[in-house]
Design a protein around this ligand. Sequence first.
Ligand code: CAO
Length: 436
Amino acid sequence: MSIKPMLLPDIGDFKSVDIIEIMVKVGDVIAVDDPLFVLESDKATMEIPSSMAGKIVDLKVKIGDKVNTGVLVADIEVDDSAVVVKAVPVAAPVPTVAVSAAPVATSAPTVAPIVVAASADKPINAPVVGAKAHASPSVRVFARQLGVDLSQVTGTAVKGRVSKDDVQGFVKGVMSGAKALPNAVAVATGGMGIPAIKQPNFADFGDITSEPLSRIKKISGKHLHACWLNVPHVTQFDECDITEMEAFRSGLKEQAKARGVGVTPLIFVIKAAIAALKKFPHVNASLSVDGENLILKQYYHIGVAVDTPNGLMVPVIRDADKKSVWELAEALKELSHKAREGKLSPTDMSGATFSISSLGGIGGSQFTPIVNAPEVAILGVSKAKMQPVWNGAEFVPRLMMPFSMSYDHRVIDGAQGVKFTTYLGQMLTDIRQLLL
Ligand code: CAO
């Protein structure tokens, strides 16, 4: 038996790095590769594995110490008859950032940072800002066993530390598709990835409560996020004069009452949208999965966003082009009731070719709806207001309805988008055109 000094391995360009965790104590018997310390610079976190097997007889560092490559960190009692001193190789593959592979000394091997997603324009040994992760040794070991990059995991324990449950939740999220694997993101986005949002411990700033998201919110949230990330959105804003349409609609109120339905502006918006979809068939389409073809649909199934107590649902009015104003009003009534009672079937919610989100009954002037992919466009309808409009000779009071259309710029270019919205507005301004 003899006492050997253990030096801090080569930590690359890092200088004066804080020791934030010590995973061992005097008296511990350690094997080669057992995690000893966690170092944290302002840019990355590194776990330092043991390069020797033996018993720790003295620890020369403590939490908070600033250390550099080669500093004495521990005295280890080793069995001279079976000395095992191993160099730890740089194992982290691109795009994971690794400290540069400097020549490895027996007691000062090179280590790889635990964390990090690399950006393509950074050198291989450049650490990435925001790559901190606070976790106990056992959680680190657990994460490593599962191949989880702790910097991708949101910590929910005290002071934002990552718990075992957080790691498990992250793995579940990846397996269910709710989270993208960091490397997959890096490949899909040319190495940039999606920067994580740092979350403070809100309780540090005041009292908080927490409530679970509804099942619908979780499902729609995942879908909306995917649409937002996958579709290059452009939103075109416009408004149209619906004074005449409103006069006609008001005249229908008695009949509507007798039929037990409401004929809201939305019914005419659906009619006008179908006319515009027929004139601009590329809007009633989807991109093929490989992005090589546009699939033009010869049917007009209109998704309508419905606000329900449990969250947003988008039931679909099938063959809306074949329905009269009354039939559309019936269909909207039935589907929105079913949505609010949680009784929509998967069929009720599938197959839309174009969607409409109307907030006109609530308020607001304009908004940017998220395209309900694989559709390529969505219409947002806002609240009509009486406004003074210049008719060339004088200002006249007109009922103006703002609307917007978000579209997938891979399929629809700006000129096509504004032609669509202009045509739609014309149809609503003079709904007699819909008869032609
Ligand atoms: N301008 C002015 N008034 C409008 C209007 C508009 N654009 N749209 C509707 N209104 C009026 C209606 O005419 C009705 O008044 P009357 O009874 O006097 O006619 C009143 O507002 C309420 O309409 P409504 O909202 O109940 O009915 P709708 O057909 O316009 O919409 C539905 C039905 C199901 C789409 C709607 O209730 C809803 O859920 N909207 C929210 C959709 C949503 O959440 N979108 C956001 C998705 S992204 O998060």
